[in-house]
Design a protein around this ligand. Structure first.
Ligand SMILES: Nc1nc2c(ncn2[C@@H]2O[C@H](COP(=O)(O)OP(=O)(O)OP(=O)(O)O)[C@@H](O)[C@H]2O)c(=O)[nH]1
Ligand SMILES: [Mg+2]
Length: 489
């Protein structure tokens, strides 16, 4: 049985936060949209393109309120939370649109408020509703969600899980140095700051090596070890799991006791506040995943992505686990899992990518035995960096995609300068996603080959008057409709 860690104050504070949010929501309807995904999944690009398309009258035929002309004004407004950094929309969009480079990586939480004035669809509500909705978009690293399971693990369980995982597959070679150091240390000896630091640095180096490894995505908790932010060097981040922790209580003043205390501190000062102050207040959520990259990297990477997705989805659908439910609330009623960067495929494969993502989600849901209600799956491209074409080769018509590879990209020995365009055959996904999952467990399993080229963001088309049009995308409007279309009814 998981130790009961929620305190009365946790519950009370969440309830209070929710009441305050709701009360202000009566005056001015607002929803909080969480945008998450593992690093490089495409969060920043998604938010930038979504906002740009809304502000600049983008092509959004599947977003009903815009298509039917009911949205009269869209603007950015000051966000409601003064303590959260603002999502720097202007910088990101300048990079994308003016410089045609991808925005910089972001490492922490940020927020942006966009407000829409609209006419209600029904004449009855038109008489009463003020027709204004603010969407508070919150961008946060998916890695932070992977910390949730830690809350039910004591130090011994955490150590055991982490060490077991470190001894399997690709991770075995990456963890060698850390584990060698850890086993050479006497955890019952008096605590010593330098030993704690050496251990924690070796452990962090292992986590970094996993993340950098080409063969896997390897996202392992604790999430803040790789993104410490302003906690860098603090005791709450200066610990490491230990091999073979015994069941007996740690002796006072020992290294093991110190590690246990700091592990608990990590949960109390890092994990819980995030869930309480940020996560518990979200209404809707999109989870971005880079399924194509995982497939490209091989079976172990796909399994890693599956594991991460399972842990992420468990946060949204805590099911019967009342400990989680009480900490994170049950407010999120719609979750969209979106496979991004679909512009790397020909449109014939978009539905296949969607089915494959659906299968990933199904497997995750089954694994934790939760209800899948309110979870939707799509394949999208926040920014469409390619166009489609066909080439004729030996009497065959081949579907290709055309784009401008980033400066320095090399394809078939040709190095690109960032200006020249090229056509590539992107590769196919299997029609039946099951084919991909069937032999994932065999390390030599063959996965379909997808040509993932890093293309530059597209040059925007101009209208007759010379006005730049909005960022092209794939199915971004469908995502909008699902995430907040109902709130503009
Ligand atoms: N072609 C294409 N590439 C994309 C798209 N979205 C993201 N990318 C690529 O993916 C990279 C990462 O996108 P970001 O939006 O910065 O990802 P993120 O999740 O914010 O990453 P972190 O801030 O590092 O956590 C970009 O630099 C692009 O190269 C897309 O819709 N199409
Ligand atoms: Mg980002």
């Amino acid at each position: 049985m998981p130790p009961s860690l929620t305190s009365f104050t946790d519950d009370a504070r969440i309830a209070l936060d929710n009441i305050t949010d709701r009360a202000s929501g009566l005056m001015h309807p607002a929803i909080r949209l969480g945008v998450t995904g593992l690093s490089r999944a495409g969060k920043t690009v998604f938010i930038s393109s979504l906002v740009h398309n809304l502000l600049n009258g983008g092509r959004l035929p599947l977003f009903e309120a815009v298509r039917s002309g009911r949205v009269s004004d869209v603007r950015l407004e000051p966000q409601p939370d003064d303590a959260i950094p603002r999502f720097q929309y202007e910088d990101h969009i300048q990079a994308l649109v003016r410089d045609r480079i991808w925005p910089d990586s972001t490492r922490a939480i940020s927020e942006l408020r966009i407000t829409l004035d609209y006419q209600s669809a029904s004449s009855w509500s038109r008489m009463f509703s003020r027709g204004r909705l603010s969407i508070d978009i919150v961008d946060y690293p998916g890695e932070w969600l992977l910390d949730l399971p830690l809350l039910t693990q004591d130090f011994r369980a955490f150590s055991e899980n982490t060490v077991t995982l470190a001894e399997t597959g690709i991770r075995k070679e990456l963890s060698r140095e850390w584990l060698a150091l850890a086993s050479s240390i006497d955890m019952d000896a008096p605590a010593d700051e330098m030993t704690a630091r050496r251990l924690s640095e070796a452990f962090a180096a292992y986590l970094r090596a996993c993340k950098a490894d080409e063969r896997s995505l390897s996202t392992l908790p604790p999430g803040r070890f790789l993104m410490p932010g302003d906690l860098e060097g603090s005791p709450a981040l200066t610990f490491a799991p230990l091999p073979n922790v015994s069941e007996t209580k740690a002796s006072k003043g020992s290294l093991r006791a110190m590690m246990e205390r700091r592990y608990d501190a990590y949960k109390n000062v890092v994990v819980k506040p995030f869930f309480r102050e940020h996560f518990a207040r979200l209404d809707r959520q999109i989870v971005l995943i880079d399924a194509l990259q995982a497939i490209n990297r091989g079976p172990e990477a796909v399994q890693d992505l599956e594991r991460a997705l399972t842990d992420v989805l468990a946060c949204f659908r805590p099911g019967s686990n009342s400990f989680f439910s009480s900490l994170i609330g049950r407010r999120i009623d719609k979750v969209l899992v979106a496979a991004t960067k679909a512009d790397h495929l020909h449109h014939e494969s978009h539905d296949r990518l969607e089915r494959l993502t659906g299968r990933l989600v199904d497997r995750a849901i089954q694994r934790i035995g939760m209800a899948g209600a309110g979870i939707e799956v799509m394949a999208i491209a926040s920014v469409r960096a390619t166009r489609e074409a066909t080439v004729k080769e030996d009497n065959h018509i081949l579907p290709v995609i055309v784009g401008t590879p980033m400066a320095g990209e090399t394809i078939n020995g040709e190095r690109f300068d960032g200006n020249k365009k090229t056509a590539i055959f992107p590769g196919d996904l299997p029609d039946n996603p099951e084919a991909l999952f069937q032999n994932l467990d065999t390390p030599t399993a063959e996965l379909p080959e997808i040509n993932v080229v890093r293309f530059r963001p597209p040059a925007l088309e101009e209208s007759n008057g010379g006005l730049k049009l909005s960022v092209p995308h794939i199915r971004l409007d469908r995502a909008m409709q699902f995430l907040f279309g109902d709130r503009l009814a």
